[in-house]
Design a protein around this ligand. Structure first.
Ligand SMILES: *Cc1c(COP(=O)(O)O)cnc(C)c1O
Length: 396
């Protein structure tokens, strides 16, 4: 066993007394704000306005203020948000929408469910986000929109993608489920918030997201007041006033209880984001340069809010590393094991293996290590040492 300067359990037998390492520790995150959350829930209970109660508009207002005064339209979840964003574009049936070959399936699903055609595009091996050159090559006369995903907490190349969208008269949708609060530095002017750059941005308040509810929730962002009104109507049965329905819409509302909780949690988001960034910097320092492993590559134009801390490991070693960590009580996850173009449900699109080699290689090499605002330095040391031991690197 390796001698360390830290009071850590032996690597092979995680001590029962040491705090277990979680991938995500919502209990620890909620504990210090438990009374704030309870008071918020209690207030909704006493007001008894469960659908579109005051907390929903208040939360939208506050989140909009945080995002540099973007319009925020709350909805039921992040997948609905994507669907609503696409509905607001009124694309003709069968229009093509470019999505990354490496993302969560919801990005593609929202396209397909509307009778539009998902067109997968390759991603970059360093940032894991859409490759603008691949997007350019995928544009056809039928293309209506591009959905950029700010994967794992870092912005896709918004400068290049905005320019492509402008040149080809396409709408840019930003799937910002993983990067709330991240910013992008354009070539000129001030930095802008992820999700507020394209025609529409979407996010999710799924409990594990950086800003998570106690259940499902989502929202859309836009800088266009008219589109905000339209999206608000689409999310509420397409009604312009009660019982008058001008559009075919959805029933997709953020619960008042969730909005009340999100108001509380939004106040802590900057602190939690800073804690994630701090933990990421520690991992970078300890794991950067370790042979056989690549730490997340930062795009200098983007801040990174580290929804995930995702390393890549030499092909063929990833699954063994994951198992090695699991045996030591260290959870890790493969986001994502299957690229979007090879998901069985999307076989009808006719994609073949090896069509998007970068995305496919990522599916074989990525591993997300625990990162959350309450991960302790001692836990991180334990994780780092286990990773290094596996890779045969010197443990300091
Ligand atoms: C979580 C997530 C979604 C879906 O959000 P839900 O609220 O679970 O519907 C969409 N896209 C990405 C990239 C996500 O991470």
């Amino acid at each position: 066993m390796t001698k360390t300067s830290f009071d850590l359990p032996p690597l092979s037998t995680p001590s029962a007394t040491a705090a277990p390492i979680h991938l995500l520790d919502l209990g620890a995150q909620h504990a210090p704000i438990q009374s704030e959350i309870e008071a918020a829930l209690q207030q909704v209970l006493s007001q008894a306005a469960f659908i579109q109660g005051p907390a929903v508009a208040e939360f939208a207002q506050e989140l909009g203020a945080y995002l540099d005064n973007a319009h925020v339209i709350p909805c039921g979840n992040g997948t609905d948000a994507l669907q609503l964003a696409l509905m607001s574009l009124r694309l003709p049936a069968g229009a093509e929408v470019i999505v990354p070959a490496f993302t969560y399936v919801a990005t593609m699903e929202a396209v397909a469910i509307l009778g539009l055609r998902p067109v997968c595009a390759e991603v970059l091996p360093d940032t894991f986000c859409l490759d603008p050159a691949a997007v350019a090559a995928a544009i056809t006369p039928r293309t209506g929109a591009i959905i950029a995903v700010h994967l794992f907490g870092q912005c896709a190349d918004l400068t290049a993608l905005t320019e492509l969208a402008r040149q080809h008269h396409l709408a840019l949708i930003e799937d910002n489920a993983q990067a709330i609060g991240a910013t992008w530095q354009p070539a000129q002017g001030a930095a802008v918030f992820a999700g507020t750059v394209g025609e529409v941005g979407t996010t999710s308040f799924f409990p594990s997201k950086n800003l998570g509810a106690l259940g499902d929730g989502g929202a859309l962002f836009t800088r266009d007041a008219a589109r905000a009104t339209y999206l608000r109507q689409l999310a509420n049965h397409g009604q312009t006033r009660k019982y008058y329905h001008e559009h075919v819409g959805l029933n997709s509302r953020l619960d008042t209880l969730q909005a009340a909780v999100l108001r509380v949690k939004l106040r802590h988001l900057p602190t939690w984001t800073a804690a994630r960034q701090h933990a990421a910097a520690f991992y970078d320092k300890m794991l950067g340069g370790v042979p056989g492993l690549q730490v997340p590559v930062r795009d200098s134009r983007s801040t990174h809010v580290f929804h995930q801390y995702t390393v890549t490991v030499a092909a063929g070693q990833r699954d063994a590393l994951q198992e090695f960590l699991r045996e030591r009580g260290i959870p890790s996850v493969v986001y994502y094991p299957v690229p979007t173009h090879l998901q069985p449900a999307y076989q009808y699109l006719g994609y073949q293996p090896e069509q998007f080699p970068v995305a496919e290689a990522l599916c074989r090499t990525v591993l997300s290590l625990p990162i959350h605002p309450t991960l302790s330095p001692a836990q991180q040391h334990y994780i780092v040492e286990a990773v290094k031991e596996f890779l045969g690197a010197k443990v300091e």
